[in-house]
Design a protein around this ligand. Sequence first.
Ligand code: AP5
Length: 218
Amino acid sequence: MRIVLVGPPGAGKGTQAAYLAENLSIPHISTGDLFRANISQGTPLGRQAKEFMDAGELVPDEVTIGMAKDRLEQPDAGNGCLLDGFPRNLTQAKALDQILEEKGIGLDAVLDLEVPEEEVVKRIAGRRTCRNNSAHTFHVEYKPPKAEGVCDECGGELYQREDDSEETVRKRLEVYHEQTEPIIDYYKTQGLVVTIPALGKVAEVTQRAMEALRQQAA
Ligand code: AP5
């Protein structure tokens, strides 16, 4: 299956993507994680992305689309993928259509995680992220690590993302409403959107998502 995951910052996209990708045996491709890996490795792409991420703005399309295309060319994405955080505006959505069209394939579903804004703020405020791998995320209240400040998965140091400050989160939410939400309507016209409430325990949301994807595929 080829799935796009959408939802506001802090909706739980990364958290759900880890479980869904495992259940569906497809790779989880997160442009946010790819940018953060480039930043921690000090690559030119990482240096370019950092100033936009720290400001809560989108990284320019020409950088993002090229990076996503390269990742989609890798062999593990040949039989499907779960895209998290890409596409994030209409230009990227159209570019993705073209990338897939060239391969003679298309998307199967766009899973839209619906979460009230006050919950998003709580989730982001308590999130802790692993310095070694930003796909390893925890929450001080909802998903505490076994040892404070230490990643359960790899022993890495847990920290609060620079773009998780209140001011930057407000900007990210604004960008989400202005630039990312329009892609939901774009995909609705293609009959691809399944919207689920993403409140409740992580496992309950995963179950809801799996059921919605099964129905979409039927
Ligand atoms: P990105 O990393 O994609 O951030 P985001 O979309 O803002 O999403 P988040 O990672 O903040 O949240 P999430 O929905 O994954 O939630 P999580 O699972 O962690 O992008 C960051 C930046 O990179 C962008 O601002 C932009 O600059 C740049 N960028 C990335 N892609 C781009 C693109 N395509 N184009 C241009 N720029 C791009 O969960 C949050 C917290 O809640 C965690 O602590 C978790 O433990 C907890 N939680 C999760 N589910 C539950 C639950 N059910 N109950 C209780 N707590 C929960």
